[in-house]
Every structure is written in structure tokens, then in C-alpha cells.
Design a protein around this ligand. Structure first.
Ligand code: XMP
Length: 319
């Protein structure tokens, strides 16, 4: 790709220019954005980059292990696996307001990075996989009043007190361009093709109060749902798909017994850049089969719904 090979060269030169001989610490969320940012910065400054994978306890099933293995084994990067589950879930306990949850997670991310940055000599930069849509959406709607829809945890700069400067090499790119750049950099296609995953993770797919029980149920339901999508060959047709666990228990019947378990909502959308989206038109057969599998295989879920809201007026994530 001509455009991306040029972009790559220019970005690498710009990163070298900005960073000099200093050290960069990189925020890995497990998504495509931060992976591509890390690969690009690694190409520019090599071992002057240390990646910190913050495991906030809000990741999908097996995600932490897979991401860490991929960065260490495939890409040869220096990766610190920071398991801060207790810290994040502890502070989120009892919190149900979406913006409050996002702000707690965003603040803890900064605290955690500060902690790890302090342990590495000569760190002057923090790298982030911020994209163009993140930049404009968290500022305002163009032409409209300045309204914050969601506080993205990776946007807005860092507090001066941290004394770290930002490296954001993807700030001018849309999602499809980031994927093209990732391919250009030689990242595994399976990784490049992964659906976007938000920094706040499962916190925003668990509307209302987060509990460990709900997170565990959510992970299992999501894994079954994604497995269904892959088995039916639909993964690459969909921009993003996930299960959300709803903050409500409903009554059901299983065998001879009454159940009183959580309901989940399945979400799948098509989109070009995440700014607008349409719900994915699954067949009723697919939806029925998936609901049956989730209810049979996931303890704690007895009702499955499919979210048919487009964006706007909905957003892709529930919070
Ligand atoms: P919404 O829900 O705003 O999501 O329609 C649009 C896209 O952005 C992702 N998203 C985030 N990504 N930090 C991120 O890195 C965040 O705080 C965040 N919130 C939403 C979302 O998954 C979708 O792809």
C-alpha cells in the first residue's frame, strides 16, 4: 500500500525526531490501535520502548494471556504484565454512573502508568493509540454545541504533574487506515482483524454496578457469542460484536425448575469508522441458535436479547 508505506516512513521519522534517545512507555489495551502504535514506535526506537499491559480485570476470556504472548513472542517487545485487577475492581465497587466509571478507570490508568514509568530510567514519553475519531468525538460534534458523549480514557492529555509527554502516532488515522498500517508493519492478520475493544473494557458492557459475578458471566456469554460468529463465518463482516450483561434478573423456566438469572444483550454492528453504525442483520436462525447456546452453556444467564439500535441514536457501547 503506497499511502501506508509513505505514512509509515514519515511516522517513524517523526517518532525518532520527537523521542530522541529518551525512553517511551506504551499503553497496551489489547486492541488493534495500541498494538499498531506499539509496533510503529518499536520500529522507530527499538528497545527504547517498554510496553505496559494493564490488566484491569475488565478483559475478555483469555485475553490477557493471548495479548501478552503475542507481543512477547511474535513482536519481540518488552512487555510488563501489570495485573491491577484488585485496584480497579476495588475502586469501581458500588459505582453505577457511566461517566463516573469511565473517570475512575481513566484516572487509575494514569496512576498505574505513573507507577511503572517511575521504575524505568529515563522515561519521558507515554505512547497511546489514540485515533482521529477519539480526538474529535470527545471534544464536540462539529457545528453543534460542545457536548461530551463519553470521556474516553485515552484522550485529553496527561496531567502536567506526570511529567510525561505524549506520543500519539495514530492521531490522524481512522480505523481502516490503522489496520492497513498494521498489515504494512507485518502484524499477524488475525490480530489486525480483531474487532475494536474499548479501553474501559467490560466495564462499559456491564451497565450499572460492576460485580465479579457479572463479569464472569459476561466473559462466558461473550465467548460463546463470538464463537458462534466465527463458526458461521461472519466475524470479518462485522465491525464489532460483543455481549453485554444487563443489570436485571428475570424469571425463566429450565426443565422443571424456575430460574431467576441475568439477561444479556448481544450487539453487532457494521461501521466504517465507528462514528456511525448499523446493527448487523443476523438471520433469526442464527440468533435463535446463539440464544439457545448461551442459555445452555452459561450459568447465570436465562434470557438473551438482540440490540437493534443503530448509531445514532444509540452508541456502539452501552455506556
Ligand atoms: P461508542 O460507544 O462511542 O464507541 O459508539 C465508538 C467506538 O469507540 C470504542 N470506544 C472506546 N475506545 N476508549 C477506547 O479506546 C474508550 O473509552 C472507548 N469508548 C468507546 C467503541 O468500542 C467503539 O469501537
Amino acid at each position: 500500500d503506497w499511502t501506508m508505506s509513505t505514512y509509515r516512513e514519515e511516522a517513524v521519522a517523526a517518532i525518532r525526531e520527537q523521542v530522541g534517545d529518551k525512553h517511551v512507555i506504551c499503553a497496551l489495551s489489547g486492541g488493534v490501535d495500541s498494538s499498531v502504535a506499539a509496533a510503529l514506535i518499536h520500529e522507530a526506537v527499538g528497545d527504547q520502548l517498554t510496553c505496559v499491559f494493564v490488566d484491569h480485570g475488565l478483559l475478555r476470556k483469555n485475553e490477557a494471556q493471548e495479548v501478552v504472548a503475542m507481543f512477547r513472542d511474535h513482536m519481540n517487545l518488552q512487555v510488563i504484565h501489570a495485573d491491577e485487577t484488585e485496584l480497579f475492581l476495588g475502586q469501581l465497587e458500588g459505582q453505577s454512573d457511566p461517566e463516573t466509571k469511565r473517570k475512575i478507570i481513566g484516572k487509575l490508568f494514569i496512576d498505574v502508568f505513573q507507577k511503572y514509568a517511575d521504575q524505568i530510567d529515563g522515561v519521558e514519553f507515554l505512547a497511546q493509540g489514540t485515533l482521529y475519531p477519539d480526538v474529535i468525538e470527545s471534544v464536540s460534534f462539529s457545528g453543534g454545541p460542545s457536548v461530551t458523549i463519553k470521556s474516553h480514557h485515552n484522550v485529553g492529555g496527561l496531567p502536567e504533574k506526570m511529567g510525561l509527554k505524549l506520543v500519539e502516532p495514530l492521531r490522524e488515522l481512522f480505523k481502516d487506515e490503522v489496520r492497513a498500517l498494521g498489515r504494512e508493519l507485518g502484524l499477524p492478520p488475525s490480530f489486525i482483524g480483531r474487532h475494536p475493544f474499548p479501553g474501559p473494557g467490560l466495564a462499559i458492557r456491564c451497565p450499572g454496578e460492576i460485580t465479579r459475578e457479572k463479569l464472569d458471566i459476561l466473559r462466558e456469554a461473550d465467548a460463546v457469542y463470538i464463537d458462534q460468529i466465527r463458526k458461521h463465518g461472519l466475524y470479518d463482516e462485522i465491525w464489532q460484536a460483543y455481549a453485554a450483561i444487563l443489570p436485571v434478573r428475570t424469571v425463566g423456566v429450565m426443565g422443571d425448575g424456575r430460574t431467576y438469572d441475568f439477561a444479556c444483550a448481544l450487539r453487532a454492528v457494521t461501521s466504517v469508522d465507528g462514528m456511525t453504525a448499523d446493527y448487523y442483520p443476523f438471520t433469526h436462525e442464527f440468533l435463535g441458535e446463539t440464544a439457545t447456546r448461551i442459555i445452555n452453556e452459561v450459568k447465570g444467564i436465562n434470557r438473551v436479547t438482540y440490540d437493534i439500535t443503530s448509531k445514532p441514536p444509540g452508541t456502539i457501547e452501552w455506556e
